[in-house]
Design a binder for this molecule. Sequence first.
Ligand code: ME8
Length: 671
Amino acid sequence: MSKKFYITTPIYYVNARPHIGHAYTTIACDTIALRHRMLGDETFFLTGTDEHGQKIERAAEAAGKTPQQYADEISGEFRQLWKRMGISNDDFIRTTEPRHIKRLQELFRRIRDNGFIYKGVYTGQYCVSDELYVDGAQPGDPCPTCGRITETVKEENYFFKLSAFQDKLLALYANPEFIRPETRRNEVISFVRSGLRDLSVSRSTFSWGVPVPDDPKHVIYVWFDALANYITAIGYGSSHAGAQEAFKKFWPADVQMVGKEIVRFHCVYWPAFLMAAGLPVPKAIVAHGWLLFEESKMSKSRGNIVRTETILDVLGADALRYFLLREVVFGQDGSFSFDALVQRYNSDLANGLGNLASRTLTMINRYFKGEVPYPSHAASKKPADDAIAEAARKTIREFATLFDQFQFSRALESAWALVAAVDKYIVENEPWSLGEKQDEDSRSRLATVLYTAAEALRIVTALAYPIIPDATAKIWAQMGLGDIKKLALNELAWGQLHLGTTLGEVQPVFPRADKSAIERMQRMEDEQRPALATESPAAKTNAAPSAVGTPAAAQAPATEATNNKISVDDFAKVELRVGQVKVAERVPKSDKLLRLEIDIGTEVRQVLAGIAEAYAPETLVGRKVVIVANLAPRKLRGYESNGMIVAASLEGGRPVLASFLEEVPIGARLK
Ligand code: ME8
């Protein structure tokens, strides 16, 4: 009887285009799903997008789109990327789909009927970015998680009785398998031990969400909404018999993979919601670390993302998959750089597995007309052959153990130790010299050596399939073994390679990459930031501030800005001041320009800013901005502009106004 196996990624927010941080979570899950399919488990792999909430509503507004248009676009990008990467997800759930909405409402209703959701009033601070109430914070306090200033809200809400679940949750964590790794488990245990307050699970101050059943003035809290995806996707709350069957079969999930920053939601709120609904909890929540770029978490808000497409174009999906799982110790943070990627690719894939495959198969072609030879005579055997067989058997065992403990880098290390051992074995046994001789003993020894190398290659290829599925499928076919997906991994053992197996066409699977690959990838990423490329070099690597007081075309050419450093005195010539927008309106017949009146303490200035595509004028009034106050006046569309507003310029040139976390007085100078 085959076992069932259900694995999920978190569902991705549609406020950011997919980058390799997202790909990391998806690749880890895909790898696990592929291995389980090969083990014969009935596997279901779910991913999707998280599309509701104030954060998405505001991002859409800033982009001048409706939330649905915005979500459609970015959700589409995630789907396309996974398709291009050959990700093997069985379903893709969107929280704006009717199937999710209906089933989510059903879950809400059930928990309310069970007495765990009640109505109350919440007054306090709220972090829009994290979609989280911040307990104990005062007006003006920053969010302890992201540092952004919290907003004061007073709302009538539905509350979830989280406080009723403290003991049940602690009992759940007694099972060490439930939260992994151990460090995360300890953090969660101490958080829950310190006491749980009831959780607000509805909002009434914005509308982009799923209406609370029977009370549509409220929308369901986005985390309640999002977490439910794991069960709505497989049929919870559906009236269709087929969907109910699927839910019964696959729930509870075997592995729910999450990034470390969302452990609390998955290990505290999620099991509590499930318990309140009378449903089983998942078997394991597994947390990975962050992918860092230039020393900090890769994220849209930091502007330090690397797009997956760039790596796919230059090195292919397998290179990225291998790198992420081999280089990053799973559970910990890991750094990404193009240099390290290319180095790993060359050493382990091009020179490692790729070279082993091509030299072994080429020699079988040359000396045995493309048919796998058999180690015929006992007399032709040497201890080194048995040592390889033994090493391969050990690798099969070790790899399984490490992989099942999510220690991907160590599992790969163990498989690649076998690659190195076989390389050494080939060098020491010199099949090319044996191939020059025609006597019986040499032929027989050559057969043994090439069989041994080919059999070890087959085993490494089978083990590595979940991590590098494209390349291993090619090697498998070149070995004449057919479709690698049909391999029964639980039966993998030494000695299964048959005499006379006819090789397919042998071709290199990992062409070597040179320095130009790194430069190409770096260039491709730089080109993605077109608006910044014409500004300062610093702005190329990060979304550094740029002046958007006038539209790009009207800005002074950034000539000397290229490589020259400026002195402190030069910088001091620029008078940057805090101003407050008093009036904001569109400039007639211009899509881009807004006319602003900005109070800079000593006077009110008129400034024309090219930000109309990103900001509706009414959202700016009262807002504090940074202005370049000593810029020579210029005329635009008949208006005099006396200064520039400072903003970050994001992908496609979209501006985001610079602002402050703390309160700052109007007129304060920046230096
Ligand atoms: O948190 N390194 O969505 P999300 C590693 N919608 N992983 C990263 C990463 C990085 N630099 N950047 C993002 C959400 N991720 C919610 C989830 S689930 C019910 C709702 C990972 O798009 C992150 O750790 O912000 C998380 O696992 C996943 O991408 C989704 O992040």
